[in-house]
Ligand binder design. Structure first.
Ligand code: 2AM
Length: 565
């Protein structure tokens, strides 16, 4: 028998031995797709090890089945100010409500994804972990909280969990000898990834804003020639950026280090020159609480130690804002620390994800991005976003950037290609909708698409204006509403336009429209959500509760998708 036959016979072989069956339920809460792709890896590993596996998003899982689960694995990220991802919201509420069942027979373990630089680091995973225990569940493997650089700790958690599950199964079948050959080789993915990025040449790099604008938004075109991969509308591109060399050099000078000294860049023991390591491998542009705590331990600076005292929490928090590593070593000069010891406390350079602004079908071998330049003044220095600063100021055409595709299964055009779509994307949030419409144009799909766009000024900030106008003319885009917030005395935002068109909007919803929201999470996406509720209340005569339920159902049917940041 070949190995594919092995795979299909293996589960039967084990289920014939009643006691050998161990059912594992793997649920994920995923916003950008990381938790979901980790879940896929886990499912694959479990199946290779002959476990019976059920897997879905937390919200797609039938709540009443929860108490029947044997082994439960939950992988979830945390979003914004400690919020659950969209496809975990209903589950999260249910779990914390009085309807939540007793879970005495459930064994569980949680993998939490998050970002240390946020106050509510991994909050969703932590809350779920705590609540499962409160409900009587048994934590069979401790929760792991991952920072943005999640791969290593996640892999350790997966191995740990798998070990425990195998132990549980063995004790179950100790009397029976099960021998199922495990001949499945893990299919090695040969594509480019975060750890093996593609070097994409810069073909175009222009400012989309006109002179006089408060903003700078870069339209970047990269070549994917030779990469051998494609992407779908809604996917993102990961970029591994470089820190500002000036900042790196100042830091090295300030600490009197030798730029050529070799330092380790990961646990596997790879090393680079200090300059290279600080340029590309470590985060130096941002301060976090865990970093300051570790600095407190190695700097030997009494002022820093004082600021870390629990009663000075607020001072510490405000110190972190708008400062970088150079500020830290200037404000709290450390004793002489070898570079090797210093880099050990730094976070790995987080990748930057940008929603792709082009369709692969329309522009084969290219990928376009829309990047808002981050630039501000704080504590006496001009500060720039690491990646956006690099693209706005430090790259030339023909240079190469390290990139990879980050799939986003939670932001996809409807499978029914003719289904109506409503797209809400102010500012750089409009990027994926350029991709959507390019795709529909190249597929010859017209009609039933409605775009809401907003920015500060009509004359300077109407991103991709010519594209939208062309598509309106050819019917690829059937409706567009714009909100320029600073052209009038009173601010108008996309959600005001939605409300003005509430009757139409509601009838689109009733006709099965898919709603997509992309852009700023904290303010815009939140306000747009409230406006959707208002529209349903007003036009559908629903109570607030029913309106919320309507949106929950839309979410479950994948008709309400968000890509927010
Ligand atoms: P503002 O900066 O003039 O306040 C893209 O950045 C556009 O989104 C800008 O016009 C910006 O307006 C607007 N914007 C800011 N906050 C918003 C919110 N809560 N909802 C919708 N749009 C918002």
């Amino acid at each position: 028998a070949d190995s594919s036959n092995e795979k299909s016979t293996a589960p039967n072989a084990s289920s014939s031995l009643q006691t050998a069956v161990r059912e594992v339920t793997v649920l994920f809460g995923s916003e950008t797709g990381n938790a979901q792709s980790l879940t896929e890896t886990i499912v694959q590993k479990l199946e290779e090890n002959q476990f019976k596996v059920t897997s879905s998003s937390l919200d797609d899982f039938k709540q009443k089945d929860l108490k029947k689960v044997q082994d439960l694995l939950i992988v979830t990220s945390t979003h914004g100010e400690g919020d659950p991802p969209d496809n975990a919201l209903s589950f999260f509420e249910f779990l914390h409500s009085r309807k939540a069942p007793k879970l005495e027979d459930v064994r569980f373990s949680v993998l939490a994804l998050g970002d240390q630089s946020y106050e509510f680091f991994c909050k969703t995973g932590r809350d779920i972990d705590k609540r499962l225990e409160e409900l009587g569940g048994t934590r069979f493997y401790p929760r792991v909280d991952c920072d943005v650089d999640f791969e290593e700790p996640a892999a350790e958690w997966i191995e740990g969990v798998l070990g425990k599950l195998k132990e549980a199964r063995e004790s179950q079948v100790s009397a029976v000898t099960v021998s199922i050959a495990n001949q499945l080789s893990t299919s090695e993915k040969s594509t480019y990834s975060k750890s093996n990025p593609f070097q994409a040449e810069i073909l175009e790099n222009i400012n989309l804003n006109w002179r006089g604008s408060n903003k700078e938004t870069r339209h970047l075109e990269l070549s994917l020639e030779g990469a051998g991969f494609t992407f779908e509308p809604g996917d993102s591109l990961g970029i591994l950026p470089e820190n500002d060399p000036q900042l790196v050099d100042q830091l090295i000078k300030q600490l009197k280090w030798n730029a050529e000294e070799e330092v380790p860049i990961n646990k596997q023991g790879e090393s680079r020159s200090l300059r290279e390591a600080l340029l590309s491998h470590f985060e130096i542009s941002k301060l976090t609480k865990p970093l300051l705590k570790q600095a407190g331990e190695i700097f030997g600076n009494s002022e820093l130690i004082k600021m870390l005292e629990p009663e000075r929490e607020e001072t510490l928090k405000s110190y972190l804002v708008g400062r970088d590593l150079l500020d830290l070593v200037r404000d709290f000069p450390p004793r002489e620390i070898p570079a090797i010891e210093f880099v050990r406390i730094l976070r790995k350079m987080p990748v930057r994800l940008y929603s792709i602004a082009s369709s692969y079908k329309a522009n084969p071998d290219e990928v376009h991005l829309t990047i808002g330049s981050v630039r501000y003044s704080a504590h006496g220095r001009t500060r720039r976003g690491v990646c956006s600063g690099q693209i706005a100021e430090r790259v030339n055409l023909g240079d190469r950037l390290s990139v990879y595709i980050h799939r986003n299964p939670n932001f996809k055009l409807p499978t029914d290609k003719d289904a109506p779509i409503i797209m809400i994307g102010p500012g750089t949030g409009v990027a994926p909708f350029r991709s959507f419409l390019e795709e529909r144009e190249s597929e010859g799909i017209t009609g039933n698409s409605w775009l809401f766009f907003g920015d500060q000024h009509f004359s300077t900030d109407f991103l991709y204006q010519l594209d939208w106008q062309r598509w309106l003319k050819t019917g690829v885009l059937s409706k567009m509403d714009v909100a320029f917030s600073r052209d009038t005395a009173k601010k108008v935002y996309v959600q005001h336009r939605m409300l003005e068109k509430s009757k139409d909007f509601y009838s689109w919803l009733e006709n099965g429209a898919h709603v997509y929201v992309c852009g700023d999470e904290k303010n815009m996406a939140h306000d747009v959500h409230q406006t959707l509720i208002q529209i349903l209340e007003k036009e559908g005569s629903m109570s607030r509760e029913n309106a919320e339920e309507y949106l929950t159902q839309m979410r479950k049917q994948k008709r309400y998708q968000r890509d927010v940041y």
